[in-house]
Design a protein around this ligand. Structure first.
Ligand SMILES: [Zn+2]
Length: 287
């Protein structure tokens, strides 16, 4: 009659199921629908219901653009020296350290070399989650080096921007990067190596005012915020209400500021076709 006796062995909890609900679903800011995260990721982080393009990090971007997601990273050890010893609410040195821990990057850009539909290319992808993708001396130097590498190797370059602009904690030093990168791009133009600028959400401030708008082609993802100053600052300056959709990709395309608005799924073939057109002598047919 063992059935009423308490078993002395303890309950085995090792195989206990953990219910995970957090992080499995995301709410789309475009259509307010709840989307299964896996569906979103399989759709290149574009909402399957309303086509809203979610922000993606630099590594995901590189994996989407480069063949088999394979690439080599250059200039990964460049780090800011905090030249102004800047302190606002927190010391800049602390902000840097925190961002470095969170992103596992030294600064807000990854320089990569890989193949795009079989053609060797250089891609610089900005990381928005690193202090708002802001451009200080390191981003400036890294992008300049990538452009110079493109000129030297005669491999075309793609720069994917995602940035709030210049990094105010590096003051004038970050502003100097605009001129530095722009002159490197002018030299790239002289040796006739193409550069495609991809503007993603958001591309603003000093980045828009320099390399993001200096591509042989300037293309943007749908719905991306692109501008120099923010809408509130402009409204206060010109004392006028701004039109609907102002500073979004589609508005900029309509007003001649962009060459094309390209869906994320078409981005890679679009860039490949453009390079085929601009550099046919490479003899790589990808279309
Ligand atoms: Zn949506």
């Amino acid at each position: 009659m063992a059935w009423f006796k308490r078993q002395s062995v303890e309950l085995d909890t090792s195989g206990e199921k953990k219910v995970r609900t957090e992080g499995l679903w995301v709410k789309c800011d475009g259509c307010r629908q709840i989307i299964w995260k896996k569906d979103l990721e399989e759709n290149l982080n574009v909402c399957p219901k309303c086509d809203r393009h979610f922000r993606i990090d630099a590594r995901t971007r590189l994996a989407q653009l480069l063949d088999d997601g394979v690439y080599e990273v250059d200039d990964a050890n460049l780090a800011s020296t905090d030249p102004l010893k800047f302190v606002d609410l927190k010391p800049y040195a602390g902000r840097l350290k925190q961002a470095q821990l969170q992103t596992d990057l030294k600064d807000a850009v990854i320089n990569a070399r890989g193949q795009l539909n079989g053609r060797p290319v250089i891609v610089s992808a900005m990381e928005y989650s690193f202090i708002g993708g802001s451009m200080g001396a390191v981003v400036g130097e890294a992008i300049t080096r990538a452009v110079e590498r493109a000129a030297e190797s005669r491999n075309p370059i793609v720069i994917v921007s995602a940035s709030g602009g210049a990094r105010m904690m590096e003051g004038v030093i970050s502003l100097m990067q605009l001129a530095k990168i722009s002159s490197a791009l002018a030299r790239l133009d002289e040796v006739k190596v193409p550069y495609i600028s991809v503007l993603t959400d958001p591309t603003t401030g000093g980045v828009t005012a320099s390399y993001a708008m200096l591509g042989d082609l300037n293309i943007a993802e749908p719905g991306a915020l692109i501008g120099f100053a923010g809408p509130r600052v402009i409204e206060q300056t010109i004392r006028q209400k701004l039109p609907q959709g102002f500073q979004r990709s589609e508005f900029l395309l309509e007003h001649g500021m962009l060459d094309a608005v390209v869906h994320r799924r078409d981005l890679k073939p679009y860039i490949a076709r453009a390079f085929d057109f601009m550099m046919p002598q490479n003899g790589v047919k990808t279309a």
